[in-house]
Design a protein around this ligand. Structure first.
Ligand code: ZN
Length: 381
């Protein structure tokens, strides 16, 4: 199953329809009807399927994303879209993040479908997770309306099958500086957008350094962190640049008030930069646009998802991670959510990505216990 899923090149920039219709057909073979939820232009879709009683609220959702990160520019020893086994490792794009989990779920479907479940299991497979968890959002909107709303959701992102109850959120922005063009010999009549952008970036960095004092040792690094990843500006060395744009993000601890970071930048711009710029030209400005936000995950102490997942994973304690996932969005929508999936995040997004066979075996055992649990246990939302 994993070899089949890896063979679909579902890089986020491409269509995932072949993989989705393959899964739909496969599920149909076991009497499971899967609904596809297409994007606006029909090039991609999420899949939602229920196994077990359809007339019952609640149930447990198994969530995964179908898309993978690009292989371009990476040094692969073999074709990334052909599964290759070497020793106890299975190599290929998405083996770990996160087709390994989806393959385990699909492989468990025959037993789930035959088990006469009392608690429904819902399969929720999304697209565009790798570009800001955007593809799952329309499906989440439909939960409790056009689709049943799971009481509990297990997101199978790679966690080496340990139970993860918290992750950081991602907040990304673009800041645009509009300066004033002039000949480079006349800096006093121009406003240099690149230098202004430099001051803004330094201010962001100083602010981020202050935030390092507020720590939560469950995370690595244990504080809200800043990253400035792209910059673009200027036209020639002898023209005072009119425009400069940079993209930045911060990865926030779940309890951090995410409005503070952009508010600080806005205040700094207003107090320290804007009036001097606008004295030279009224058109000068500093504009920050929010690009995307993925909320953090922070399970409450009495989380139903944590209690059940620890039992099924046969573990005593749950953990926190620094990468963002769709879990925060599900939790925000009122589904008790954790992360638990095969493979290690250390192998994700890298050339020669792999998942260890033992990790898939652990996931198979987890899903077998889940099936057993859902066959004997009926609970309502
Ligand atoms: Zn992932």
């Amino acid at each position: 199953m994993l070899a089949k899923l890896v063979s679909f090149d579902t890089t986020s920039s491409l269509s995932n329809m072949d993989m989705m219709t393959y899964m739909q057909d496969y599920l149909g073979g076991f009497g499971v009807t899967a609904k596809l939820i297409p994007n606006a232009d029909g090039t991609k879709a999420s899949l939602f399927a229920t196994i077990g009683p359809k007339d019952r609220e609640g149930g447990i959702g198994l969530s995964g994303h179908s898309d993978v990160v690009p292989v371009k520019g990476q040094d692969w020893r073999s074709d990334p879209f052909v599964l290759r086994q070497q020793g106890d490792k299975l190599y290929g794009r998405g083996t770990c993040d996160m087709k390994g989990f989806i393959a385990c779920v699909l492989a468990a479907v025959p037993k789930m479908a035959a088990a006469n479940l009392k608690t429904p299991l819902h399969l929720i497979f999304s697209y565009d997770e790798e570009i800001g968890c955007t593809g799952v959002r329309p499906t989440i909107e439909m939960l409790g309306k056009d689709l049943p709303k799971p009481q509990i959701i297990f997101v199978g992102e790679p966690s080496e099958m340990s139970v993860v109850d918290a992750h950081k959120g991602t907040n990304s922005f673009e800041t645009e500086v509009i300066g004033h063009e002039a000949h480079s010999s006349m800096p006093h009549i121009g406003v240099n957008a690149i230098i202004t952008a430099g001051r803004l970036m330094t201010a962001l960095d100083d602010y981020a350094a202050e935030l390092e004092k507020f720590t939560d040792e469950r995370f690595e690094p244990p504080f809200t962190s800043l990253q400035i990843g792209m910059i673009e500006g200027g036209t020639a060395p002898n023209i005072i640049p009119k425009s400069c744009k940079f993209r930045w993000e911060f990865r926030a601890l779940p309890d951090y008030d995410t409005s503070l970071f952009p508010a600080y930048l806005e205040e700094f711009a207003k107090v320290r930069l804007l009036s001097a710029m606008q004295e030279i030209s009224k058109d000068c400005n500093i504009i920050t646009r929010k690009l995307n936000q993925v909320p953090g995950l922070s399970c409450p102490p009495d989380s139903k998802a944590v209690t059940l997942a620890l039992k099924l994973a046969q573990q005593n304690s749950s953990h926190a991670v620094s990468y963002a996932t769709e879990a925060g969005l599900f939790e925000q929508a009122g589904c008790s959510t954790i992360i638990c999936g095969p493979g290690s995040i250390a192998q994700a997004h890298k050339p020669n990505e792999f998942v260890a066979v033992g990790e898939l075996e652990k996931c198979d055992a987890f899903l077998a216990r889940l099936t057993e649990y859902c066959a004997i246990q009926a609970f309502l939302a």
